[in-house]
Design a protein around this ligand. Structure first.
Ligand code: COA
Length: 374
């Protein structure tokens, strides 16, 4: 079957960003206005006052300092608190297609490939802006690619699950080059009125070219040595938005139709799952942990990543061994580990080994072990 390589990655970063200070200032204006409006009920003990948010908490609890977003003004408007993204006509490009095209073109350039040389497109992300036609088919058309395309969603693990699917499709002879795209517009599903979560996510798009090694011509080839995926059902990260919502009018627009999580439980339960998966995968591949130069981990929480690296390596990882991008980008769902890989791989020498690892809702965990070839 021959080996399969990642031959290029691309990144689209939105122009606008929001600092913790800006986000907290807007959130606290909302809280003060709410408490004033509900003053009588609060005084009479009929309702609880809302609590203000703080930059100190956000940075200490998560490591996040800022996030990029598709549209800033709507999010920071205390009367709105969600991005203003006007609907587009059916003959215009959808937003996810538009940012997918930018990231894809960059990945193709690095891979030294033109659109005609890609056989399949997988759009893999946490939230798709419509059920059909697939965003991937729209993207395939916009880029002028032959072959087939489809969407998939495994929440924050969508990219690694997409890479395994791409590698398997190639290994089985059903394609020779696959484009995996992760358009994550997380501001669309984040409840900016929820103090526990309003700081968590950012928007971005990543793209990955996966192809047969014997036809690759990029100067940035990483052979996929192996992939390992795992899922374990949990309600601790959940979003009840869906096409059946209209069947019960009482639930339309309620908070559970956006991202909701039990952050502390997620932290405690997911860290051991991830560490065991990476250690088990390396053992199965007979790769000593000491041979791993870098782990490009999912970017949800800095302490979580430090704990995972410590459990895998048996010691504290350096910034170089486990690079962080969540300080600038926040949690960008499935794109996080790919942004880390995209930004921090150029110093790899041929033969150097690294692990791309994602984790998130489901729960879902994915490990992709790669070795630099050229
Ligand atoms: N500002 C100030 N205080 C806040 C706050 C905010 N924005 N949000 C919560 N707090 C308070 C809480 O009310 C709580 O107060 P209490 O101790 O008086 O009850 C305290 O801070 C601790 O809250 P908690 O939710 O337990 O914080 P945490 O340390 O667990 O951090 C997360 C929260 C979300 C940053 C963290 O749990 C996390 O990142 N978990 C992993 C999530 C993850 O990986 N998810 C995957 C998603 S794809």
């Amino acid at each position: 079957m021959g080996s399969v390589v990642i031959s290029g990655t691309g990144l689209f970063t939105p122009e606008e960003s929001i600092s913790n200070e800006e986000l907290v200032e807007s959130f606290n204006r909302y809280v003060r206005a709410y408490n004033e409006d509900h003053g009588q009920d609060i005084e009479a003990g009929r309702s609880e006052p809302l609590q203000e948010s703080s930059c100190e908490f956000i940075e200490k609890a998560s490591g996040i300092k800022s996030r990029y977003v598709m549209e800033k003004a709507g999010i920071l408007d205390p009367d709105r608190m969600c991005p203003s993204l006007p609907e587009r006509r059916d003959d215009e490009a959808s937003l996810q297609c538009e940012i997918g095209v930018v990231a894809a073109r960059k990945a193709l350039e690095v891979a030294n490939r033109n659109s005609q040389e890609i056989d399949a497109v997988i759009v893999a992300c946490s939230n798709l802006q419509r059920p059909y036609p697939a965003i991937a088919v729209e993207l395939q058309n916009a880029l002028g690619m032959p072959g087939f395309a489809f969407d998939m969603n495994v929440a924050c693990s969508s990219a690694t699950f997409g890479i395994q699917l791409a590698a398997d499709t190639i290994a089985n002879g059903n394609a020779s080059a696959v484009l995996v795209v992760n358009p994550e517009i997380c501001s669309g599903h984040l409840n900016f009125r929820d103090r526990d979560a309003h700081f968590i996510f950012g928007d971005v798009c990543t793209a990955i070219v996966v192809e047969k090694a014997d036809r690759a011509s990029s100067g940035h080839q990483f052979e996929i040595l192996g992939t390992r995926l795992q899922t374990a059902y949990s309600n601790n990260i959940r979003n009840n938005f869906g096409f059946l919502n209209r069947g019960d009018e009482s639930g339309i627009g309620t908070a559970d139709k956006l991202f909701v999580q039990q952050g502390r439980k997620v932290f405690k339960e997911v860290v051991p799952l991830v560490a065991q998966l990476i250690v088990g995968h390396l053992e199965e591949m007979q790769i000593p942990v000491g041979d791993v130069k870098r782990m490009w981990l999912h970017q949800a929480n800095l302490s979580m990543n430090q704990l995972i690296s410590r459990r895998v390596l048996g010691r504290q990882a350096s910034d170089d061994e486990s690079p962080t991008i969540l300080d600038e980008y926040a949690n960008t769902s499935s794109a996080g580990s790919i942004i880390a890989f995209h930004k921090y791989h150029r110093d790899f020498e041929p033969g150097d080994i690294g692990v791309i690892c994602s984790f998130g809702a489901g729960y879902s965990v994915g490990s992709v072990i790669v070795k630099r070839v050229t």
